[in-house]
Ligand binder design. Structure first.
Ligand SMILES: [Fe+2]
Length: 387
């Protein structure tokens, strides 16, 4: 491996020592990934060394796109290296280097290009309870380790979809910096970086979101990509116009993906079948498209509770319909769900508690498991392959 084997979370953000390491998926994750980190000072030279894990080749080196994070008095700098032309289902060693200061050696694994079973995580809302956020991040690292500690490919966790509301005030870089340091805790002890798939929440206003996750300035943060050839994963942005361009894009995305994929999964922040609040505008802009193109699972956040709706079509329970899960518990006080809403009644459910969802994709079924912080299974569900 590049660098030392010892990976320590909570790296101090000091000078030009690389810290706040992360891997981000926003485009074809079989061949692309963004490797990002932060430094306290601007420095002058920032790059990533990388090579296929275990290779004896001398590592390639790619320069970062760098800049100062926007967001108040707090000064720190982002560095993004957009790796492309990667091999699918391949582990890459990476090491961040800023002005000669090296990060520990890490690795990440690209998405498969073949049809195999796998799992991903989904959660949301990590903004208000830092202790809980850190505990959930450690739990996530443990889930990842356990998922590779056996011969079962189906439980292997490939990525972590975060449905937004990372921090309370999205314009305050000081808060982002705390989140970024806490995110280091999702790194496995052997240096495995878990790719994050970011969605924007209502608290994530302002420029730092794009700077943290390597989006171009002004990007609208909706995108879709394949995870393996049979899973289409679409991230929407409930914090900009959900109609107009985004709805047109979603329609084209789903229309093209449905005939060629076993599973269509979508994430965004503000729920359209909420357990606590009123529905987001996606109820009008997106739900007719979810239903027309038979989306298999929709992952929501924002409500601070646990929920799984009944399958919904045309505003009522229909076994051919769309199931919505959520609504955020990665470090926020939980709200009391309104369990008398028709879409939460049995066989749907609602509860509260810190949680993360494990979504397992196999040839036969999409299996969802809602895990509480202590590892208790709070909910399990299965979505069948659509005929
Ligand atoms: Fe929210």
């Amino acid at each position: 491996m590049l660098g030392s084997g010892a990976v320590r979370a909570d790296a101090p953000l000091t000078g030009t020592q690389p810290a706040q390491w992360r891997v981000i998926w926003t485009a074809d994750p079989a061949t692309q990934a963004t490797v990002s980190w932060s430094t306290k000072e601007a420095g002058s030279s920032h790059s990533v060394r990388f090579r296929v894990r275990g290779s004896e080749d001398s590592p390639a080196e790619q320069l970062a796109e760098s800049g100062r994070y926007t967001g108040g008095e707090f000064e720190s700098y982002y560095h993004h290296v957009r790796l492309t032309d990667l091999l699918p289902a391949t582990a890459y060693e990476v090491q961040m280097v800023s002005d000669g200061n090296e990060s520990p050696g890490f690795y990440f694994v690209t998405a498969p290009a073949t049809d195999r079973a796998f799992s991903i995580l989904h959660g949301g809302d990590s903004r208000s309870d830092q202790d809980a956020r850190r505990r959930m991040n450690k739990m996530i690292a443990g889930l990842v380790v356990d998922s590779y500690d056996n011969d079962d490919l189906a439980d292997d966790i490939l990525a972590f979809a975060h449905g937004g509301d990372y921090i309370v005030t999205g314009t305050k870089m000081e808060l982002w910096s705390m989140w970024l340091s806490d995110h280091e805790l999702t790194t496995a002890p052997d240096g495995r970086l878990l790719p994050i798939i970011p969605a924007r929440g209502n608290h994530d206003k302002g420029k730092p979101f794009n700077e943290v996750f390597g989006f171009p300035d002004g990007d609208l943060n909706y995108f879709g990509f394949d995870i393996g050839p049979q899973v289409r994963f679409t991230t929407l942005n409930s914090e900009t116009s959900t109609a107009g361009d985004q709805a047109h894009w979603l329609k084209a995305e789903l229309k093209e993906s449905r005939p060629t994929h076993r599973w269509l999964v979508t994430q965004y922040h503000r729920p359209v079948f909420p357990a606590v609040k009123t529905p987001g505008s996606g109820l009008k802009s997106w739900v007719p498209l979810f239903e027309k193109y038979d989306v298999d699972l929709v992952c929501e956040a924002d409500g601070h509770n646990i929920k799984r709706t009944v399958p919904i079509r045309d505003g009522k329970h229909d076994e051919t319909g769309v199931v919505y899960i959520g609504e955020g518990g990665l470090g926020v006080p939980q709200r009391t769900p309104k369990t008398d809403r028709w879409f939460l009644e049995s066989p749907g459910m609602a509860d509260q508690g810190n949680h993360v969802f494990v979504l397992k994709f196999t040839r036969d079924a999409l299996q969802g498991t809602c895990l509480l912080e202590d590892g208790t299974v709070r909910d399990q569900f299965t979505r069948p392959v659509r005929e």
